[in-house]
Ligand binder design. Structure first.
Ligand code: SF4
Ligand code: FE
Length: 484
C-alpha cells in the first residue's frame, strides 16, 4: 500500500519510544492530550491525500518506482513540482492553522539526493545508491520522516572539537565494518515523535580535522539509545484542562522534541555522509534553502486562517465597516501574499542539479525566509489590534458555562444582533492561540528561528547578491572602465 490512510498512520506510530514529559516517562503517548493535536495535524496530511479534490497537490508519481506517492516523499522533478510543494503547504496551513511537521524530512531528502550524487562522483562512494534504496522504502510505506540538523552547539565561539563537551555536536564515537556509533543531541525537532524515521545532518559547514562531525544518516525514531524529551509550548497545559475552548485551536497543533543520541548504532547501508567535510556546508545550505522555500507556503496558509479570524472578529465586534479596520485587513493580506509570492518565485526560478532533481533559487528562498522573520509579527500585531484586549482578559470557558456567572459573561460578551457569544469566545481564543498561545510557536517564534535565524539568511543573501555585477551595470551606463 503506497498511500496510508489516517488510521493506518495512527496505528503505525503506536510504538514503544523512550519519551519523557514533565520529568516522567510516557507510555502510549498517542492518547496524551498535549500530544494528540500534533498527531491529528499529521493525520490531516494523510487524509487530504485520499481526497480527489486535493490529489493533484497531495500526491504525485515517484520517479524512483513509478508508483503514486504522497508528495511529502517526492524528489522534485520540475519547477512545477517545486511550485506544487508550496501550494500544498499553504493548503495544509489553511486546514490546520499550525505546523504540520512533515516538511523537514521532505526537504532533507531533496537536499541529500543531489549532495550524495556529487559525493559519489568525487569519491567513488555509493551514498546516492544507498540513499535511493532507503528513500524507495519511505515512499513505498508512505512514512513520515523528520530531518534533524540543529545541534546544541555549546559555546558558540568555539568549533566542535574545542568544546569542553565533545557531544555538543553530534559525532561518530566508534566505527566498525558494520557501521558507526554516534553520540550527541538534536534540538527543536519538529514532529520527531510523530515520525517513523529521521534523517540526521550536520549543523554547520565543517573543516578538515572535523570529519567525525560530518555525518548524515537515516535512523528509526525509536532506535535503541534515542531519548526524546517533549518540548513545552506556551499555554500547553490548557490542553489537559477539562474544557477545550480555552485552547483556541483545540483540534490541531505542532510538536517540538529535544532528542538525545546516546551511543546509537547506525548500519552502513543507512549512512549517507561520513567524513566528507567539504560537502557538509552544501548539505546545510541546500536543506536550509528548501526549508526557507517551505515557509513561503506553510506560514501563508496559517496567515490565511489568522486573517480570516480577524475579519470574523471584526464582524462579531461590529467594526467590519470601519475604514481603518478594512485597511488593516488589506495590509495583512498584502503581507501574507508577499510571502507567498516569494515562495512561488523561488520555486519558479528553480533549476536542475546534475543528479536530475530540481532545487529552488537560493537567493529568493533566503529573501522569502527573511520576510517570514518579520511579516507574521506584523500580521499578528494587526490581528491583536483589531480583535481588542479581550483576547487576553477573557474569563475561562468554565466561567462561560457556569450556572452562577455564565449568563453574565454571555450578556456582556454579546455584541451585534444575531451574534452568538460562544462563537465570539471561540474566535477570540483562536486569535490568542495564534498570536501568543501554543500556535504562536509555529506562527511567530518558528517564523523567526525555524530554517535558520534571520542572520543566517542575511549571510546567504550577501553571498548571492553579486555586487560586482551591479557595480558594473553602473559603470557601463556611465562609460566607466569595467576592468578597473
Ligand atoms: Fe512544514 Fe512549516 Fe512546520 Fe517547517 S514550519 S515543518 S515548513 S509546516
Ligand atoms: Fe519549521
Amino acid at each position: 500500500m503506497t498511500l496510508k490512510t489516517p488510521q493506518e498512520y495512527l496505528d503505525s506510530i503506536k510504538r514503544p519510544v523512550n519519551l519523557y514529559m514533565f520529568g516522567e516517562r510516557l507510555e502510549e503517548f498517542w492518547n496524551h492530550p498535549i500530544i494528540k493535536p500534533s498527531i491529528n495535524t499529521v493525520m490531516k496530511i494523510y487524509e487530504l491525500a485520499q481526497i480527489d479534490e486535493y490529489k493533484d497537490l497531495m500526491t504525485t508519481t515517484s520517479h524512483l518506482t513509478g508508483e503514486i506517492i504522497n508528495r511529502f516523499t517526492h524528489i522534485h522533478q520540475s519547477t512545477e513540482d517545486l511550485i506544487k510543494k508550496v501550494k500544498m503547504q499553504r493548503l495544509l496551513g489553511q486546514h490546520t492553522a499550525c505546523c504540520f511537521q512533515r516538511c523537514v524530512g521532505f526537504d532533507a531528502a531533496n537536499s541529500l539526493y543531489s549532495v550524495t550524487y556529487e559525493m559519489d562522483k568525487k569519491y567513488n562512494t555509493d551514498y546516492h545508491t544507498r540513499f535511493k534504496k532507503y528513500w524507495i522504502e519511505v515512499q513505498r510505506q508512505d512514512l513520515m520522516v523528520d530531518g534533524a540538523m540543529t545541534d546544541t552547539k555549546g559555546d558558540r565561539s568555539k568549533r566542535p572539537k574545542e568544546q569542553s563537551d565533545p557531544d555538543a555536536y553530534l559525532h561518530v564515537v566508534d566505527t566498525s565494518d558494520e557501521g558507526i556509533v554516534v553520540r550527541g543531541a538534536k534540538v527543536h525537532q519538529t514532529g520527531f515523535l510523530n515520525s517513523h524515521r529521521a534523517i540526521i545532518m550536520p549543523t554547520l559547514a565543517l573543516r578538515p580535522g572535523e570529519e567525525e562531525y560530518a555525518i548524515s544518516f537515516g535512523v528509526n525514531t525509536n532506535e535503541k539509545g534515542i531519548t526524546l524529551i517533549y518540548g513545552r509550548q506556551s499555554c500547553d497545559t490548557r490542553k489537559v484542562e477539562p474544557d477545550e475552548l480555552d485552547i483556541g485551536n483545540f483540534k490541531f497543533g505542532g510538536q517540538e522534541i529535544f532528542v538525545v543520541f546516546d551511543n546509537v548504532f547506525v548500519p552502513r547501508e543507512n549512512i549517507f555522509m561520513n567524513g566528507e567535510v567539504e560537502f557538509s556546508g552544501e548539505l546545510v545550505n541546500r536543506f536550509a534553502g528548501f526549508h526557507r522555500q517551505s515557509y513561503g507556503g506553510c506560514k501563508v496558509g496559517v496567515g490565511d486562517v489568522l486573517i480570516g479570524a480577524t475579519a470574523l472578529i471584526s464582524e462579531y465586534n461590529g467594526t467590519e465597516h470601519a475604514s481603518h479596520v478594512r485597511d488593516k485587513i488589506v495590509e495583512m493580506t498584502h503581507l501574507n501574499e508577499t510571502l507567498y509570492s516569494c515562495g512561488i518565485a523561488c520555486s519558479s526560478l528553480g533549476f536542475q542539479r546534475e543528479s536530475g532533481n530540481y532545487e529552488m533559487d537560493m537567493l529568493l528562498a533566503n529573501v522569502c525566509k527573511q520576510n517570514v522573520t518579520r511579516f507574521p509579527y506584523e500580521i499578528g500585531r494587526l490581528a491583536e489590534d483589531i480583535a481588542g484586549g479581550m483576547i487576553c482578559t477573557m474569563p475561562s470557558e468554565a466561567d462561560l458555562k457556569s450556572k452562577e456567572v455564565g449568563a453574565l459573561i454571555e450578556k456582556y460578551l454579546t455584541t451585534c444582533e444575531g451574534m452568538c457569544a460562544e462563537d465570539r469566545y471561540k474566535v477570540l481564543r483562536f486569535i490568542e492561540n495564534l498570536t501568543m498561545g501554543v500556535a504562536s510557536v509555529s506562527y511567530r517564534t518558528e517564523s523567526m528561528h525555524g530554517a535558520g535565524s534571520p542572520q543566517a539568511q542575511r549571510i546567504m543573501i550577501s553571498r548571492q547578491s553579486n555586487l560586482e555585477e551591479k557595480k558594473n551595470l553602473v559603470k557601463k551606463i556611465l562609460d566607466i572602465d569595467t576592468s578597473k
